[in-house]
Design a protein around this ligand. Sequence first.
Ligand code: PRX
Length: 685
Amino acid sequence: MANQVYKPNPAMKPSPHLGSMKEYEKMYKRSIESPEEFWQDIAKQFHWETPPTGKFCSYNFDVTKGPISIKWMEGATTNICYNLLDRNVRKGMGDKIAFYWAGNDPEDYSRLTYKKLLIQVCKFANVLKEKGVTKGDRVAIYMPMILETVVAMLACARIGAVHSVVFAGFSSDSLAERLIDAKAKVLVTADGVWRGEKLLCLKEICDAAMDRSKKLGHEVESCILVKHLPRLSAFQSRDGDGKVNDAEKSPEKRKAYDYQVPWNEDRDCWWDDEMDDASSSCYPVWVSAEDPLFLLYTSGSTGKPKGVVHTTGGYLIYAATTFKYVFDYHPGDVYWCTADVGWITGHTYVVYGPLANGATSVLFEGLPFHPHNGRYWEIVEQYNVNQFYTAPTAIRALMKFGDGPVKKYKLDSLRVLGSVGEPINAEAWLWYYNVVGGGKCSIVDTFWQTETGGHVLTPLPGCTPMKPGSATFPFFGVLPVLLDEKGKEIEGPGEGYLVFRRPWPGIMRTINGNHQRFEATYFQKFPGFYTSGDGARRDEDGYLWITGRMDDMLNVSGHLLSTAEVEGALSEHPSVSEAAVVARPHPVKGECLHCFISTKDGVQFSPKLVDDLRKKVREKIGPFAAPEYIQHAPALPKTRSGKIVRRILKKVALNDRSLGDISTLADESIIENLFANLPGKDLKT
Ligand code: PRX
């Protein structure tokens, strides 16, 4: 039952870091009343080459009082890579496994200890230096989920370079846009990768992106490639003797075998060739706590992605602390986050948070359904995973196969089950809790954003009584507030804009090259607050429930997209005169895209056009953004001043005729046509 409260399992072993709400409340109170001392104490476990010179935290959140600024530990110097690797090796954890790597096919796996990871990182840091990369330079990373991806990120951090990881599901146009905006000097990628049965030729996408970037005025100097395909079982014969058995290979595998990586002598080099000659020691570059660590692009409501900038010191302590408490990580545990490193979850909870805690994690390259629907559970059993972190969209997709594939595996090791990226519906929550967790695990429904750097609202395992679908209460140092449209604070139960009153150490600092946009996007609407863009409801017990985006953003399978971004892609098609995009509920993806298309005079709306438009969005943004529904709209509902009324389109997409007041429309008669042409209206959404 959705409104029921699920108490944490009192028999949880080892005992959780926080065993009761009383303990949480005490610690939370201290984090709010004395934030500087609270975080200072936490910072002590890490290495600071020099201490802060000024205040531990200084900030301005009020645009009316001057520029927005957020600083933690100003003047302190450190190196995050040193803290993640050298510090743990020095503590005697050199032989501890940092990552178990599980490939797309179960035959492909490996592991890496902290000591070996450090050596690889030092070597690659020297490779980057060899390529002319120095402190502050930007390095783009477009990679599969392989160990080299982590190595590349930490190598950047070691020398003070700023990484910009781009999810390897983005198209070449999207990658080019990000290469240009970041002014990336080097691009690190791989020859290709298998996603399930599909081969992705990453280098071809990178070449197209680098060509486009060059045409638009920015030239990437070097491209370093991991030779990934030849070492995989999919590339070799299944009988394991290293010889390729032609008869066994599918056309896709044949393609992989014949795949000749396109090459530019002046720019490209193989990772292994460079690593062969590189020294395995590399002294870390001490950077300021407020020096940038990475850029990560997220969708913006203008359609142009924003390069979210995270800095070093605050991000380190926030990633480390949220990881420890939210997953209740104890030494010896095996933790697994299924997120791709291309998203913020992969940054904070695949790389930085776990390594800062000296954790052992699983790094998974594949898909939940390949080669069978029980792949996730097979991995949990194989590695005795204690904490498992995934997205509601994956849970809903797996639920469709029933309990059978879960029940086949021994999942007793699980203690904490995490959810992230979108609201989790009660049905999925309960299935996760009962079937996957056997009714004994804590579910942590973690609400946060690329911008927040780490969890901001979340239950704590063994501590917070859970309500299915509620992100519950704030993490330490986080002060959420609900505001109404006029900016008036809502006390007690109610619903409004979710904003935050003050910074926590892991919050973003600016948007790459555009501080003004940073201020306008997050601080203008309600001076004095960081505006998340989400709405939330507070119930009678003080629990917070995220109600969804309050702006023109869509959340498809946990990936944020702006309507403007998709409309921009559709409008580029020569047959389109106008496009409007709205969100429509989807049983697995959470939300999907519903596009209304007006064609140019004389152009027929045809199935071919629908295919072309889908292709266009895949090319411009990436396959994950491909629209589910595309419908012809001879005319769009507009106000007399010509503004598209999305409210009406949302109703049409839902086949909901309770349109409310439509008297402001320039032409009401067009609406009937939209309902008549509605695709998929007989489907249950
Ligand atoms: O709308 C919220 C939703 O995802 C948005 C952030 O997306 P992104 O920056 O891509 O980061 C995703 C991973 C942290 C939020 O503005 N969201 C994220 N987590 C939740 C959520 N909505 C409801 N419940 C959550 N737990």
